[in-house]
Design a protein around this ligand. Structure first.
Ligand code: ADP
Length: 431
């Protein structure tokens, strides 16, 4: 923040001015005395002359003093007043008040953080060096109409700020009107991010649907044309078409599940459910896939029921995604271990942890933070070949969020991966 000078006082320049007047009067007095002593001037005339000189020396100074003290007390511009400074300082968003020429009068702490080069009495454009802002400011000053501009800040992270320039009519010290420019910045970063995510999501979803659709259209054309009477080719193509149709159906299912979970994200499930039968049911359902991939599913489950507040259908989807991923991507390890344990968060809050461990190739550390992003895959080709949609872990994360739980991912490349779903423990739950 800029430090403002202390307010001027009425008598602060007094000694300097008095000294000048005194020197003039002393010199005049000495000259007049000399003239009287040499008989060149009568004492009466000398007295009148001294009075005139004294008046000439003192009266303009008094007038000047009255005029400047009025300016100093009122201020050249009432917007310089501490009350205005306090209002600008109290604004939650970055705010800068400029005079008509674009010079900074006041700015608040948030503005100083956003544009550290801002200085009082300097042109704001030196500190906000974006051409868009400089143009908007010039136009707003010239037309006295509001203007908007985008301010991009890249340090320490990318931020999109919308700048609104509002011309204000303010009273001057002598009863007239002057124009000031109020600059306020509004952080649009969260909105931009959501907008980017929405656009990415639509682009990804359309791309994922278009690929199998294009394959289906291609095979239909082939079956209607060149392969019309080729029974062997027809069999093979129909098989591929069936796979592609299933892929589209799975993608639509996952998209619908995601949007359903998002819709109810704010409502925490309150049914008390024992998760052990759900895990066993998922394990049994995935036995054919495990057999196909030559993987053994091992269940390390406690005997007593493990009850959490949850939504049965969503928990089924969650465990199914984790165990199916372990079977698909970690098949080379030959084993998948599903375990349920009681643990605690870093803050000591008790939780129930369901860990799915595989002994496959694992995941390189750079991919771990992005795995729950929609459509993110370590290897797109591998995921598609496995019938993946890239939405499974995103769904898992959303389901866990709704259950006020969290997903922990640990992996050592070449040594498998462990995906752990941690749920808050129900106080009365027996483990
Ligand atoms: P997909 O439908 O592709 O399986 P997911 O969201 O379930 O989508 O998983 C995202 C990506 O995470 C997968 O494509 C895969 O690359 C990686 N992945 C998930 N689970 C495992 C695992 N157990 N071992 C190795 N990679 C995994």
């Amino acid at each position: 923040m800029a430090v403002e000078a202390s307010p001027p006082t009425l008598f602060s320049p007094w000694p300097d001015r008095l000294r000048h007047s005194a020197i003039i009067l002393l010199a005049a007095g000495l000259a007049l005395i000399a003239l009287v002593m040499f008989g060149e001037l009568s004492p009466t005339r000398a007295g009148i002359a001294f009075a005139c000189i004294a008046g000439a020396a003192l009266v303009p100074w008094r007038l000047h003093d009255v005029a400047t003290s009025r300016e100093e007390v009122l201020g050249d511009n009432p917007v310089e007043a501490p009350a205005v400074r306090a209002i600008i300082a109290g604004m939650p968003d970055p705010a800068v008040l400029l005079d008509r020429a674009g010079r900074v009068i006041h700015f608040n702490g948030a503005a100083a953080q956003l544009a550290p080069a801002l200085r009082k009495n300097e042109l704001a454009q030196f500190a906000l060096r974006s051409p868009e802002i400089v143009t908007a400011l010039r136009e707003s000053i010239a037309t006295t109409e509001p203007r908007r501009a985008t301010y991009l800040d890249h340090v320490p992270v990318d931020r999109w700020m919308e700048l609104i320039i509002t011309p204000l009519s303010v009273p001057t010290a002598f009863g007239g009107l002057d124009t000031c420019m109020l600059l306020t910045f509004h952080d649009q970063t969260p909105l931009r991010r959501v907008e980017e995510m929405r656009a990415d999501f639509v682009a990804n979803a359309s791309h994922e649907l278009r690929t199998p659709l294009a394959a289906l259209s291609g095979f239909i054309e082939t079956l209607q044309g060149p392969a019309k009477d080729d029974a062997k080719a027809r069999e093979r193509f129909l098989g591929i078409m069936h796979t592609q149709a299933r892929r589209m159906a799975r993608l639509i299912d996952d998209l619908l599940s995601l949007s359903r979970v998002e819709l109810t994200a704010h409502v925490r499930p309150d049914m008390q459910v024992d998760i052990l039968p759900i895990i066993r049911q998922v394990g049994d359902g995935l036995e054919p896939l495990a057999a196909e991939r030559h993987v053994k599913i091992e269940m390390a489950l406690p005997d007593a029921p493990v009850v959490i507040a949850g939504d049965r259908e969503e928990l089924l989807r969650l465990f199914e995604n984790l165990i199916e991923n372990a079977l698909k991507y970690g098949a080379s390890g030959g084993r998948v271990v599903v375990s349920v344990t009681a643990a605690a968060t870093g803050e000591g809050v008790p939780e129930v942890r369901v860990a799915v461990r595989d002994f496959g190739p694992g995941i390189a550390p750079e991919h771990l933070p992005r795995l729950t992003e929609r459509f993110y895959r370590v290897d797109v080709g591998d995921s598609r070949a496995q019938g993946g949609t890239g939405l499974g872990l995103s769904l898992v994360k959303h389901i866990l969020n709704r259950h006020r739980g969290r997903l922990l991912i640990e992996s050592v490349p070449k040594n498998g991966a462990t995906f752990t779903a941690a749920f808050p423990k129900v106080p009365s739950a027996v483990n």
